[in-house]
Design a protein around this ligand. Structure first.
Ligand code: ADP
Length: 460
């Protein structure tokens, strides 16, 4: 096992990895940018090293500086968290060439799955349904028009290198397809330095269901059941839960099996997530693999009792999985709310600044993953996630009741947060009944739940 690990990340996920290292008796080194200097979670590390100025390109994305810090600190492995360098195969290669273990999948598996169009090919090889669409990247408008005619409108233009909902455009006719291609290419080029796009059928009002997997270096792959992440805004998740409500048992089992098949075909190791869309008739289609730990991983930790970050570290150290598929038991219901420093009443405008009062919720069935304390300054430079509020209960109705209680206990002053949005969502009858899809929030939220939207005070 490793004696000393570095966390190449910040905020709540850096703290999450610090905790896992402590639990395993491993020393932990944190890196930080000038914008994060003095952040309280850094005090929990054995050592903290400044790697540069606030812009991510000069700090958390700067491979040279991170590797230099890792060498100075003499660590045996790097945990990349999520975002930043977590899915960068080049970074994984450099780590390993410096004899530093990268806590994640092999760079070969990352390359195979990091490009969405390539990942679709792996899925097809594993006999997993993909959304109908182009077989290869779409080079010309004429080609795009031909494919759209074949699969029928509406279609979705997607960036092969995409992430975070960027480089995606819906097209409902030939004219919007041509305009969308231009926009998607430009957006993808700017965001990922790779403007290549492909086309798939746009599934109307689907649910987003994803499967957590773990694979060890001996080729063993297990799934840890599913998470439903249908409450999204601009393709960004806001609420995640497990089990997926109202999903027929056989569909759930098929999706989980498909995820394992896909991971095995890709030679996948460590933690990963296979994402699927589920249409109204419960047909499911693979969309992508996230080759890293995800923001919403604690949902799975609560329903399975398995510490995913610990498992990641063990797997990277060459240990076999410590359980078989049959030993993974899914119990109860867990729900996560992402608390962002944003103003949901002003089109989710970022709201960085000093938190003048931070009074977190607690009590039975509540878990809060956050690096924030009273007096903490939320820097404007990074992702706006400041806390993940989770509840765990025997049933979904009880989980909703506990979440409402926890949201009411949660006091944050000085900045705006998404807490008021969640408070309204947890009173909406469609959400309470588990009848939501990926377009639900945008259809109902206009700075508040739209007037006339059904409301329910009782937990049904
Ligand atoms: P990203 O990597 O940018 O997050 P994904 O491929 O994971 O992109 O898709 C993110 C979200 O976009 C999905 O959860 C879903 O809401 C929507 N989406 C993706 N593909 C489709 C599709 N073919 N039809 C309808 N919605 C889609």
């Amino acid at each position: 096992m490793f004696q000393r690990i570095m966390v190449a990340n910040r905020g709540e996920i850096a703290l999450r990895v610090i905790r896992a290292c402590r639990d395993l008796g491993i020393e932990v080194v944190c890196v930080y940018s000038e914008a994060d200097r003095g952040a309280p979670y850094l005090e929990l590390a054995d050592e903290a090293i400044c790697i540069g100025p606030a812009p991510a390109a000069e700090s958390y994305l700067n491979i040279r500086r991170i590797i230099a810090a890792a060498e100075v600190a003499n660590v045996q492995a790097i945990h990349p968290g999520y975002g930043f360098l977590s899915e960068n195969a080049h970074f994984a290669d450099i780590c390993r060439s410096c004899q530093i273990e990268f806590i994640g999948p092999t760079s070969e598996a990352m390359r195979k799955l990091g490009n969405k169009n390539e990942a679709r090919k792996v899925a097809q090889l594993a006999k997993v349904n993909v959304v109908p669409g182009s077989k290869e990247l779409v080079e010309t408008d004429a080609e795009a028009l031909r494919i759209a005619k074949e699969i029928g409108y509406p279609v979705l233009i997607k960036a092969a290198a995409g992430g975070g909902g960027r480089g995606m455009r819906v097209a409902r006719n030939d004219i919007s397809l041509q305009a969308g291609l231009k926009q998607a290419r430009a957006e993808a080029e700017a965001a990922f330095k790779d403007g290549s796009v492909y086309i798939e059928k746009y599934i109307e009002q689907p649910r987003h269901v994803e499967v957590q997997i773990l694979g060890d270096s001996r080729g063993e792959v297990v799934h840890l059941w599913e998470r439903d992440c249908s409450v999204q805004r601009r393709h960004q998740k806001l609420i995640e839960e497990s089990p997926a409500p109202n999903l027929p048992v056989h569909v759930r089992e098929e999706i989980c099996k498909a995820a394992v098949r896909l991971a095995k075909t890709a030679g996948y190791t460590n933690a990963g997530t296979c994402e699927f869309l589920v249409d109204k008739d419960h047909n499911f289609y693979f969309i992508e693999v996230n080759a890293r730990i995800q923001v919403e991983h604690p949902v799975t930790e609560l329903v399975t009792g398995i510490d995913l970050v610990r498992e990641q570290i063990r797997i990277a150290a060459g240990q076999p999985l410590s359980f078989t598929q049959r030993q993974i038991v899914h119990r109860g219901c867990a729900i996560e709310c992402r608390i962002n420093a944003e103003d949901p009443r002003r089109d989710f405008a970022p709201s960085p600044g000093v938190v003048t009062r931070w009074q977190p919720p607690g009590g039975p069935g509540v878990r809060l993953d956050s690096h924030v304390v009273t007096g903490y300054r939320v820097p404007p430079n990074y992702d706006s996630l400041i806390a993940k509020l989770l509840v765990y209960q025997p049933t979904r109705a009880e989980a909703i009741a506990v979440m409402r209680r926890a949201l009411n206990e949660f006091i944050v002053e000085g900045i705006k947060t998404t807490i008021p949005l969640h408070q309204e969502l947890f009173r909406h009858s469609s959400f309470i009944e588990g009848q939501v899809d990926t377009t639900f929030l945008e259809r109902h939220w206009q700075g508040g739940m739209r007037r006339g939207a059904e409301e329910s005070k009782a937990v049904s």
